[in-house]
Each structure stands twice: as structure tokens, then as C-alpha cells.
Design a protein around this ligand. Sequence first.
Ligand SMILES: CC(C)(COP(=O)(O)OP(=O)(O)OC[C@H]1O[C@@H](n2cnc3c(N)ncnc32)[C@H](O)[C@@H]1OP(=O)(O)O)[C@@H](O)C(=O)NCCC(=O)NCCS
Length: 163
Amino acid sequence: MRDDLEAICVIENQRFERPWSKEMFLSHLRKRDCGMLAAIQDGITVGYLVFERGEDFVEIKKIAVDYLHSRCNVGRALVKSLTQRMEGTTSKLTLTVQERNLNAQLFFKHLGYQAVAIIRDSSAEVAEDSYIMENEFLSSEPETVELEDIRPFPIKLIVKNAS
Ligand SMILES: CC(C)(COP(=O)(O)OP(=O)(O)OC[C@H]1O[C@@H](n2cnc3c(N)ncnc32)[C@H](O)[C@@H]1OP(=O)(O)O)[C@@H](O)C(=O)NCCC(=O)NCCS
């Protein structure tokens, strides 16, 4: 897992203005209800997703894909894999995305997520409003995920908490 975290931190630094440190990842992953998925291609970590289970929902805390592998369905495979793992245990996936992160909004919209609320942030020097986006699915009509969808980017569960 430490090797994966090194690679994950490289992607994290590449993709976020205020990246989590390795210690921040570790402190999240130590929590009982947190887990992480890593997308591995040819032995190389190309993306990851950190999640946390609430009482009746699962929150995507982080998702990022290496620039070189953007728009290659890695992000979609990670979210689908999480959805598949959570089927039957929760009916709602949720996340917070910054208002100015249009790419992520379009990505999640494409996966069926809808903005349901806005969080006004007046505390930061530069206001950073965010949207809460959700995807509700009925356990009686789960999203069908074909394994073929993720075969080009095998998903390895590197922390099994909350699975
Ligand atoms: C958001 C992110 C995880 C998407 O991962 P990805 O692997 O590039 O996305 P996918 O290839 O799986 O995209 C699936 C679909 O989402 C939509 N989509 C993804 N990125 C998009 C973009 N920048 N603009 C418009 N639509 C986009 C497209 O419909 C795409 O399908 P298509 O390529 O066949 O048109 C990635 O861009 C990323 O790491 N961003 C930086 C970190 C970040 O902002 N994380 C989210 C914080 S809330």
C-alpha cells in the first residue's frame, strides 16, 4: 500500500491545487469507514478514489486520474467499481465539487449525478462555493456494471475498510 500511496501522491500533486499529503491519506484510511480504490494499468497506478461510508450514503472524498490517462475511462471505471461494491448496502453516492471545477461536474453529470445543493463559503479569502452532487439508485434496480467495462483498467482494492 505504501508503494501505491507514493504514486497516488504524485497524481494528487499533479491534479489538485491543495493536495493531500501522504499523512492526510493515511489518517483518512485509518478511519473505520474509509476505503480507497486504485486503478492499476500495467502495474502503474493511474487513478484512485477515496470514499467514506455514512449512515445511509457513501461519500466520494477524492477521485483523480493521472493526466496522461485522462479521458480514457479510468475515472468512470473507479466510480462504477465503487457503485458495484456498494450496491445493496446504500442507496446514495454523494460528493462535493468546487463550483469552478467544471471538468469534474461534467464528469459526474455524465455518470448520472445531479447537483442538489450549493455550499456558500465566505470564510476563504477568495470565496469557493461548492456543489453537493448525488446519485441515488434503488437497490431493486441496481446499476449494471459489466466487468468488461473495467477490464482495460483493472481495479485493485488496496484498502478493504468499508468494503
Ligand atoms: C474528474 C476526473 C476524475 C475524470 O476522470 P477521467 O478518467 O478523465 O474521466 P473518464 O475518461 O472516465 O470520463 C468519462 C466521461 O465523463 C465526461 N468527462 C470527463 N471529463 C470531462 C471533461 N473534462 N469535460 C467534459 N466531459 C468530461 C465525458 O463524457 C467522458 O466520456 P467521453 O470521454 O467518452 O466523452 C479527472 O478529470 C481528474 O482527475 N480531475 C482532477 C481531479 C478532480 O477534479 N477530481 C474531482 C474532485 S470532486
